[in-house]
Design a protein around this ligand. Sequence first.
Ligand SMILES: [Zn+2]
Length: 322
Amino acid sequence: MAAGSPGLLARGYFWLKPCLPRRLRFALRKSLAHRIARKSRCSWPINEAAGDAPQGWQGWPGSKEFAFVLTHDVESSAGIGKALDLAKLEQSLGLRSSFNFIPEGTYEDPVFLREWLDAHNFEIGVHDLNHDGHLYSSKQGFEIKSKRINHYLGQWGAVGFRSAFMLRQLDWIHELDVLYDASTFDTDPFEPQPNGAHTIFPFLVKSESSGSGDGYVELPYTLPQDSTLFLLLGEQSIEVWKSKLEWIAKRGGLALINIHPDYIDFSGSGSPTTYPVNHVREFLQHLCDSYQGRFWNPLAREISAWFRKEGCKLQDSAEPAC
Ligand SMILES: [Zn+2]
């Protein structure tokens, strides 16, 4: 199997997952997460080795010090119900983001929400197909599913993709009609396929069968996921986000975050599967106040289009070993 493909453990977990009660799964994941955090102190949340710019790197447009890209995976109908509140919060701070929807998951196509986001300069992306952990179970199955994904990409006017559970098979993603994929990360040992891309910069994934100019842009997320920090590890503050952002800014990299509206508590109910909206508000306010005028906030598709043009000039912009 090619490097970076889903391993046996990850596959086994997703076959067993439907049989395990949600509360038990959550308890197991929490316990495992604390163990992983202890073992990964040297490489998470910061992996120093990921901070080097690619050779020939000329910096971000407008001489900005770093780029900040906001993305959201909408996992369930709960997330659909909160996406608009989250978008409006970002809008009030002058920020823009991408919302990735599951085409054939547990909720109906949120046509009204997609249209609202589109009309207000947010981006729509495709998040997996069924969100069941089986997208990459077989090449033949992926080929069938990739046609369905391409159908939704076209229908939604989307050019970006992210797999469920950050599972990935980068050489298969060439089948998708995408400008970019965002299923990798610089470091995230908590994911079922935990090998990181070891970079805080975008990179090109070229197709072996086509010319050097072909391929898609890979956007690794570089700030820890909200679900890992607040739900699994029980963090009570945004200090991890702040310190990682400071490190990325110093190295002039890409700060890319994935925030799930599903897990945000907008009402103050205090459920164990949500965290206070104040964490998001405080972090975004911190970004806008402490780094005012110093960062570029493109949509994921905009940074990808820019990198597609500029990245080809870099000497080592191609896929790192991950
Ligand atoms: Zn997801």
